[in-house]
Design a protein around this ligand. Structure first.
Ligand code: SAH
Length: 251
C-alpha cells in the first residue's frame, strides 16, 4: 500500500493528523527533499527506511515502492504542500495502477494557503475578485498558449503564481501587458510557514526589483490582486439586512 501524503507548506506541525499518523506507521518513506521540511521525518518511526526523492528519477522511486510492496511493506510518498498542485503525482498513480499496487491520497496545506495565512489575507473579497487563478510562468515545463500569464491577467482575478521566480522580469511585463495596472498590489511570499518565511509587499510594477533587492530566486509565490489593498465590500452572509437559511434579516 502506498499513501501519498501532503506534507504541508513548511512548518512541521502543518501536516494533517492523518498524514502524521500515516508517516508514523510507514515502513518506507520517500520524501521530496527539495521542498519538504526535514523536521517532518521526526514523525516517521526509527525503523523506517527513508529515501530523498530529490536525487531520484521516477523509475528509481517506483523501484523502491515495488521492492517495499514485494516485502509486504507500507510506503508513504511525502510531497510538499498538497500533491494536487504541481506535484508530479499523476505519473506515479498511473504506474502504480499499471502494476496493480494500491494507493490513496492524503491532502495537505498547499503553499498558496500557507501564503494567505502569512499575509493574513482573503483571496476572494466581495467587490474585488471571486476567482483565484493558480498558474505559473512557462519554464522548462511549457504552459499552453491559451494560459499565458498575459491572457490570464486579463481576467483581473486574484493570481497566485508558482515556480516563476526565475523569470520574474518577463512575468512582471506579461502581467502588465495583460492589463494589470503597474500600481496593482502584489506580494512575494518566500517559504510561507517555514521558520525563515519572508513577505515582501510591493506593486506589480515593482515585482522584479523587489525580488532582486531581496535576493528571492526560488521557493516563493508571486501573488497579485486588489485583495491586497484596502477596498472591498463586506460579505452579505453576515450583513444584518440579509436573510439566510439560519438567520432572518434584522430590519
Ligand atoms: N505542491 C506544492 C507546490 C509544488 S511546486 C504546494 O501545494 O504548495 C514548487 C513551488 O511551490 C515552488 O517553486 C514555489 O513556487 C512554491 N512553494 C512551495 N512551498 C512554498 C512555500 N512554503 N512558500 C512559498 N512558495 C512555495
Amino acid at each position: 500500500m502506498v499513501h501519498f501524503v501532503g506534507a504541508g507548506s513548511g512548518a512541521a506541525d502543518l501536516i494533517t493528523v492523518r498524514g502524521a499518523r500515516l508517516l508514523h506507521e510507514a515502513d518506507v518513506v520517500i520524501y521530496a527533499g527539495s521542498l519538504v521540511n526535514p523536521e517532518l521525518l521526526a514523525y516517521a518511526s526509527e525503523a523506517a527506511e527513508i529515501h530523498n526523492s530529490a536525487a531520484m528519477t521516477l523509475e528509481e522511486v517506483m523501484a523502491v515502492i515495488r521492492a517495499a510492496e514485494a516485502a509486504g511493506k507500507t510506503t508513504v510518498r511525502l510531497h510538499t504542500g498538497d500533491s494536487s498542485i504541481y506535484g508530479a503525482v499523476r505519473e506515479q498513480f498511473d504506474l502504480l495502477e499499471a502494476c496493480g499496487i494500491e494507493y490513496d491520497v492524503c491532502p495537505g496545506v498547499s503553499s498558496f494557503c500557507g501564503a494567505a495565512a502569512a499575509l493574513k489575507a482573503e483571496y476572494t473579497l466581495p467587490g474585488i475578485s471571486q476567482t483565484v487563478i493558480i498558474s505559473r510562468a512557462a519554464g522548462r515545463t511549457p504552459v499552453p498558449a491559451r494560459e499565458s500569464i498575459r491572457s490570464l491577467a486579463a481576467h483581473g482575478a486574484t493570481m497566485i503564481l508558482f515556480l516563476s521566480m526565475g523569470v520574474i522580469d518577463s512575468l512582471q511585463a506579461e502581467l502588465i501587458e495583460g492589463g494589470v495596472a503597474p500600481e496593482m498590489p502584489a506580494a512575494i511570499v518566500y517559504k510561507a510557514t517555514w521558520p525563515d518565511e519572508r513577505i515582501y509587499r510591493c506593486t506589480v510594477g515593482a515585482l522584479a526589483a523587489t525580488a532582486r533587492e531581496n535576493r528571492v530566486t526560488k521557493t516563493a509565490l508571486v501573488i497579485v490582486g486588489g485583495f491586497l489593498g484596502h477596498e472591498y465590500d463586506r460579505c452579505k452572509l453576515y450583513s444584518p439586512d440579509f436573510s439566510t437559511e439560519f438567520r432572518s434579516a434584522k430590519l
